[in-house]
Design a protein around this ligand. Structure first.
Ligand code: KIV
Ligand code: ZN
Length: 388
């Protein structure tokens, strides 16, 4: 088992399935270039068989992006898989991702197939894909709601057919971290040839646990690939967010003991690009990439951070692509933060008494105005009454 965690980004495929987030070929190529700068291991560029437009997007990305593996999704049938292979021809490193549902509910109500038919179709699809490319991922759609014994049979069989990555999605975001982690662990133990493939997790965020579930799949289950999207973009409540999972593994390397190849300084630029392209605004308190993720408003926190940043910061804003952390001046700010901002603005005060007078005026203003900007401070100190 490798101790590298593979980051598989599906912003351009599952992310795009978010209602209202559809992207043009050129927009997708721009984002793919940013994902390459981010050093994502695998970029799922689209679902080539789903439309001519998506075929062209996958093909363009495969032709231009050379440092990441380029992947195309396909249902478990020859037409879809052949279309993916065609679109991926120009790639340096190509992956075909094929999937079929394995839960009783999906097999019976959606596919209207028996488990044996699903098993045979999964095997035939992986066999067909392996004749076209060397890197084949198999996903058991709705895997987490599947019966373990049947799922184990499918996984064992597709590994025998040559699947190199096995992905167990929590398609509907139903999992709980500990249960999902144990599900992956048990399944791996039940599959005799489990060590012949990389295990992957793919979690949706319907109960707000996509990141926690993915991390449990890694820590408890032994998965070594996480499927995720920038800003957690994705259908319904979204997918596992790339920035959160990457920074969790990096920040808590003591716990996970895994390396990720991501250039984290490209995270915020990637987040902004995806947000601007799709029109999906990032909430201010979103971890890592939200505008307030490294902002301090309370006086106690500001004082702490000014003395030693790690008092209230577990990551560096600069490490994820922000220019700096942010001290937001307002009614909760203390004298220390105010004094520091005066220095940054090049305002020299002759005595502590003068600072006290300015600080009192600042507090007065802050009671009337939720955030005090640099311009407010400049106006405040140019007011003669401050220095009088
Ligand atoms: O959520 C899901 O099950 C998927 C598969 C197609 C991988 O997106
Ligand atoms: Zn999905």
């Amino acid at each position: 088992m490798t101790d590298k965690l593979i980051i598989f980004d599906t912003t351009l495929r599952d992310g795009e399935q978010s209602p209202g987030a559809s992207m043009t070929r050129d927009e997708k190529l721009r984002i793919a270039r940013q994902l390459e700068r981010l050093r994502v291991d695998v970029i799922e560029a689209g679902f080539a068989a789903s439309s001519n437009g998506d075929f062209e997007s996958v093909k363009t990305i495969a032709d231009h992006i050379k440092d990441s593996t380029i992947c195309s999704l396909s249902r478990a049938n020859e037409r879809d898989i052949a279309r993916s292979a065609e679109a991926l021809k120009g790639a340096n490193s190509a992956r075909i991702h094929t999937f079929i549902a394995t839960s009783p509910l999906h097999m019976e109500k959606k596919l209207r197939m028996t488990p044996e038919q699903v098993l045979e179709q999964a095997k035939a699809s992986v066999r067909f894909a392996r004749n076209l490319v060397g890197d084949v991922e198999f996903s058991a759609e709705d895997g987490y709601r599947s019966e373990l014994a049947f799922l184990a049979r499918v996984v064992e069989a597709v590994i025998k057919e040559g699947a190199t990555t096995i992905n167990i999605p929590d398609t509907v975001g139903y999992a709980i971290p500990e249960l999902y982690g144990n599900f992956i662990k048990t399944l791996r133990e039940m599959v005799p040839n489990s060590d012949q493939a990389i295990w992957s997790v793919h979690c949706h965020n319907d109960l707000g646990m996509a990141v926690a579930n993915s991390l449990a799949g890694v820590k408890i289950g032994g998965a070594r690939q996480v499927e995720c999207t920038i800003n957690g973009l994705g259908e319904r409540a979204g997918n596992c967010s790339l920035e959160e999972v990457v920074m969790a593994v990096k920040t808590r390397r003591d716990y996970f003991g895994l390396d990720v190849g991501i250039d984290t300084s490209q995270i915020v630029p990637a987040s902004r690009m995806v947000s601007q392209t799709t029109g999906f605004v990032v909430q201010p308190n979103k971890a890592v990439v939200g505008a307030n993720a490294f902002a301090h408003a309370s006086g106690i926190h500001q004082d702490g951070v000014l003395k030693a940043r790690d008092t209230y910061e577990i990551m560096r804003a600069e490490d994820v692509g922000w220019s700096a952390n942010k001290i937001v001046l307002g009614k909760l700010s203390g004298r220390n933060a105010f004094k520091q901002r005066l220095q940054e603005l090049g305002i020299e005060m002759e005595s502590e008494g003068e600072i006290n007078t300015a600080f009192a005026k600042f507090k007065e203003l802050a009671d009337r105005k939720s955030e005090i900007f640099d311009e407010d401070i400049l106006a405040l100190v140019s007011d003669e009454s401050v220095t009088a």
